[in-house]
Design a binder for this molecule. Structure first.
Ligand code: CAA
Length: 283
């Protein structure tokens, strides 16, 4: 099925999703309230496409597909005109996401698919105030989006089988591997990933080992491609804190955010994107 894809939010995830959609030949609109954010997302997409081409992972025609098929728009409702799929990737804030989808629903075609890239907010909560919650799904991508193979497809209480099938089909067309999971707190990936990530931070607080050693433990001892503290730096400490807060409230004590994580976020040490997290990324 040919789709026109609008991605809302031009942060790391939104830019990655838009890149993957555009290089697979979909007409793609990337939307963000900030023109600066849109410009920096386009720069990041172009650089990543060039890297992919240089590595032989991305076909040469991807460059042209991005140039001709990817547009940016700062007005939300304008960005959704003519869209057949809307994928939201804004920060983990229930009110913000709900208000975006309400505005989107005012202008979108009746048969358009609405998806959220949320890592932790229940899909059924996000869809609660929508007129047509049956076409609402979770479509959870992973960072770095152009490289990571998985899309976690989340079925909300009201999501129709048709919406799930269409999302699974789209995931395959984006060269990703989908899994379909129930709408339960943290789905499959955030719930499991956070357990290791938060415990690694508590181990650092307890002085069990240094950040480098804790990461090495999982890289060399368990063959994880990246240790849990490096991964937290990659994802963003603010992003992980927001997910932990949701899971702490919904599941319980094992997801209570460690004090060290809160302090680092307060200091603006958000990981790779700010140059400083559990590791130094300034170089
Ligand atoms: N486009 C396409 N392919 C690219 C590319 C690009 N721009 N850049 C690199 N690649 C390819 C490389 O060619 C390479 O392919 P092969 O393995 O076939 O050779 C592969 O991607 C890895 O690239 P690198 O060699 O440059 O990097 P690396 O080996 O150091 O791996 C990594 C980097 C992929 C990030 C790896 O460390 C990793 O998998 N880390 C874990 C990432 C992870 O767990 N992400 C999930 C985070 S949780 C999340 O995102 C969800 C959430 O809700 C917050």
């Amino acid at each position: 099925m040919s789709e026109n894809i609008t991605v809302i939010g031009a942060g790391t995830m939104g830019a990655g999703i838009a890149q993957v959609a555009a290089i697979h030949g979909y007409r793609t609109t990337l939307c963000d309230v900030s023109e600066d954010q849109l410009a920096s997302a386009v720069g990041a997409i172009e650089a990543s496409v060039e890297k992919g081409i240089a590595r032989g992972k991305t076909p040469e025609e991807a460059r042209e597909r991005v140039q001709s098929g990817l547009t940016t728009e700062s007005d939300l409702q304008q960005a959704c005109q003519g869209a057949t799929v809307v994928i939201e990737a804004v920060p983990e804030d229930l009110g913000l996401k709900q208000s975006i989808f309400q505005k989107v629903e005012e202008v979108i075609a009746d048969d358009a698919l609405l998806a959220s890239n949320t890592s932790s907010i229940p899909i059924s909560k996000l869809a609660a105030n929508l007129k047509s919650p049956d076409r609402f799904v979770g479509m959870h991508f992973f960072n770095p989006v152009p490289i990571m193979a998985l899309i976690e497809v989340i079925r909300g209480e009201s999501t129709s089988d048709g919406a799930i099938d269409r999302t699974v089909d789209l995931a395959h067309r984006l060269s990703k591997e989908p899994i379909v999971v129930k709408d339960s707190p943290g789905f499959a990936t955030s719930r499991l990933g956070l357990v290791i990530g938060l415990e690694a931070i508590r181990m650092l607080e307890d002085g069990v080992a240094s950040a480098v050693e804790i990461d090495k433990a999982m890289e060399l001892g368990y063959r994880h491609p990246m240790g849990p503290l490096k991964l937290t730096d990659l994802v963003g400490l603010d992003v992980r804190l927001a997910i932990a807060e949701v899971l702490h409230e919904q599941i319980g004590e094992q997801f209570r955010p460690p004090q060290l994580l809160r302090e680092m976020v307060e200091k603006g040490h958000l990981g790779k994107k700010t140059g400083q997290g559990f590791h130094d990324w300034s170089a």
